[in-house]
Design a protein around this ligand. Structure first.
Ligand code: SF4
Length: 350
């Protein structure tokens, strides 16, 4: 439990936030409510992604789709292309589904419970939108906040069991009058001061109440479960080109990189995968491969360049590499990061 009364801890954190917090474009002024569309958009983008990476995407989305209704009416392919490079593409699909659900009901619901029913809104995002945009006194707990609370209370309960405790602790601290600022302040504290390594305890508003700082256990909190190794998969990606462009396919809606434009690939699996050439065309396997790490596995992709002679019917190419089309530079720009790596490799070895 806390070493200090919750109201005192909250007051100290808010005073620290008021004294100078990060100036981020989606944030309302201290004490004010945020625009639900901006808060929601930023929170979805920030999942598993740094602020620095999100900023240009956030600005571009807002310029192109300034309201949730505009985003709801967006063309799927355009929105997916605008998301390209930000990763975790299921977020982009959920973003569109959620925008459409919100537009259909005439605006965002105002409570955490109702927000949770929207497509793709997990407990953290629903709570953050409810607190920051609608002033509901709920705490939003992400990994940063869990870390701060595990340290503040020096709780050795391992994750994920600690998550439920963290929610209860945060809820005990959430103030009725400034819940949105409390959410942002606790996120800032975790991101800028109570960092995973080398927490800057001297700058922390909770330093004299922090049990882990006193016990010297801060970096050991929260206790993490033993890591299982990430499987390593191998596969092949094909750069199929002709005088009409580069052959691009759209990946199936469900699954990894779902709905994104991509180069054709073979299967990705653990164990050796030899490049397999469909059709009658000769391919050249580049002597460098693409390494990429996804959340659940790492990947090594052989890159095979295949030239399709002038005049070959598209149906033949599709039979070999999947339904697709001849794409140009703008289409290639809309591909996700792993495909950009393959593109770069091909361009470097031309
Ligand atoms: Fe984190 Fe240090 Fe603050 Fe404790 S005193 S909450 S370890 S930054």
């Amino acid at each position: 439990m806390f070493a200090l009364a919750p109201a005192q801890l909250t007051a100290r954190l808010l005073a620290w936030y008021d004294a100078g917090h990060r100036d981020l474009p989606w944030r309302p002024a201290a004490g004010e409510r945020g625009d639900p569309y901006r808060v929601w958009l930023s929170e979805v983008m920030l999942q598993q992604t740094t602020v620095a990476a999100v900023l240009p995407y956030y600005r571009a989305f807002l310029a192109r789709w300034p309201t949730v209704e505009a985003l709801a009416a967006a063309d799927d392919a355009e929105a997916m292309a605008a998301w390209a490079g930000l990763g975790y593409y299921s977020r982009a699909r959920n973003l569109l589904a959620c925008a459409r659900a919100v537009a259909a009901r005439g605006g965002f619901p105002r409570t955490e419970a109702e927000l949770r029913r929207l497509p793709g809104l997990g407990p953290y995002t629903a709570a953050a939108v409810a607190a920051i945009a609608f002033g509901e006194a709920v705490a939003a707990v992400d990994g940063n906040v869990e870390r701060v609370l595990a340290r503040l209370t020096d709780d050795a309960t391992p994750l994920p069991a600690f998550k439920a405790k963290a929610r209860a602790l945060a809820q005990a601290l959430a103030p009725a009058d400034r819940p949105g600022d409390f959410v942002q302040a606790s996120i800032d504290l975790g991101a800028t001061v109570c960092r995973p390594r080398n927490p800057d305890c001297l700058l922390c508003p909770w330093r004299d109440a922090c049990r882990a700082r006193v016990a010297g256990t801060a970096e050991a909190r929260p206790v993490r479960p033993e890591k299982k190794g990430r499987p390593h998969r191998l596969g092949t990606v094909y750069w199929v080109w002709s005088d009409r462009g580069v052959w691009l396919v759209r990946r199936p809606e469900k699954g990894l990189l779902g709905g994104m434009l991509a180069l054709p690939t073979g299967e990705w699996r653990v164990g050796e995968v030899r490049p397999r050439l469909e059709g009658a065309w000769a391919g050249i396997t580049l002597n460098r491969s693409v390494a990429h790490v996804f959340t659940h596995f790492s990947l090594d992709l052989a890159v095979v360049r295949v030239h399709i002679p002038h005049g070959t019917p598209e149906a033949e190419v599709a039979a070999g590499f999947g339904e697709g089309f001849w794409g140009g530079a703008a289409d290639l720009d809309g591909m996700p990061s792993v495909m950009q790596k393959a593109r770069k490799l091909v361009e470097e070895t031309r």
